[in-house]
Design a protein around this ligand. Structure first.
Ligand code: CP
Length: 309
């Protein structure tokens, strides 16, 4: 059983913990696919979703996951809460604790914010993305999608292309995939590669072709448009030409390779439209995996909460 109060990152998650979450999520995904969206496991629990940044997929899938498991959910958008009046994160957490929340799901622009919150509240804290640090549930849903397609993670060749430097998804994927024995290759403009990422186990490639050669998974990462203004690359069109994924680049991969992207996608930049809508695209399956992984995590954390009461 998962022996932790919070899910803050994959940097300190064990291989066994990751497999337990993925196995539980695979069962949850089967139930949701069958249209079973009312389970009793979290009846009587409350989950507050506290987002200081925009989101479509992560926010809605956490809310659906909590609701499908029977929990009551509350949404706080930072702009319309007392945060806008200057309340600190710790004081916001204390308020949510006083209301007897069981889970706080937080997205915050500052790396480390979920760790600070987790230290000060009794509720279980789930990191829904913190700055450039981690996005653990995205990596778990990515791994669930890969495991369902290939039956395993060990030995998979995963090519990740795009803005590695500013991507919390790339870091969580790297931590998780390396723990499960995948071969992770990365390719990006030099300005978008963080120093030391190779020391964490990524193979840095010199070309798209090298990264994608024989790959089982080809993953594009979102280019944040402000990075172009910052001079990290000359133009979106040139980015697409030199770093994007199209039919020609995909032809270097394993013929059974899947195309993935955490979303939101800039159509025609990281992936061509034909890649997004390709028969090998698993982008929509990633979204369904997201609901299942978040159901599994809420369930496993609640099991732990009950065991230590
Ligand atoms: N993948 C992801 O985090 O998407 P959102 O920003 O829409 O939540």
């Amino acid at each position: 059983m998962l022996q932790r109060k919070d899910m803050l990152g994959l940097i300190d998650a064990s291989r066994e913990e990751i497999y337990e979450i993925l196995d539980t999520a695979a069962n949850m995904k089967k139930l949701v696919r069958q249209g079973i969206k009312k389970l009793p496991h979290l009846e009587g629990c409350t989950a507050t979703i506290l987002f200081y940044e925009n989101s479509t997929r992560t926010r809605t899938s956490f809310e659906l996951a909590a609701k499908y498991m029977g929990a009551t959910t509350v949404n706080i958008a930072a702009g319309s809460s007392s945060v806008a009046k200057g309340e600190t994160l710790v004081d916001t957490g204390k308020t949510l604790d006083a209301q007897k929340n069981d889970f706080i799901i937080i997205r915050h622009p500052m790396g480390g914010a979920p760790y600070l919150l987790a230290k000060t509240v009794k509720a279980s804290v789930l990191n829904a993305g913190d700055g450039m640090n981690e996005h653990p549930t995205q990596a778990l849903l990515d791994m669930l999608t890969m495991k369902e397609k290939f039956g395993k993670i060990e030995g998979l060749k995963v090519a990740i292309l795009g803005d590695i430097k500013h991507s919390r998804v790339a870091k969580s994927d790297l931590f998780g995939l390396k723990k499960l024995g995948a071969d992770v290759r990365m390719y990006a403009p030099e300005t978008l590669i963080p120093k030391g990422i190779d020391k964490l186990g990524a193979k840095l490639c010199k070309s798209r072709e090298e990264a994608v050669d024989g790959a089982d998974v080809v993953m594009g990462l979102r280019i944040q448009l402000e990075r172009q203004q910052a001079g990290n690359f000359p133009s979106l069109a040139e980015y697409a030409d030199f770093y994007g994924v199209d039919d020609k680049i995909l032809s270097y991969a394993n013929p059974e390779a899947i195309v993935m992207h955490p979303g939101p996608v800039n159509r025609g930049v990281e992936l061509t439209s034909s890649m997004i809508d390709h028969e090998h695209s698993h982008i929509e399956d990633q979204v369904l995996s997201g609901v299942a992984v978040r159901m599994a995590l809420l369930f496993l954390l609640q099991q732990y909460r009950k065991s230590v009461k």
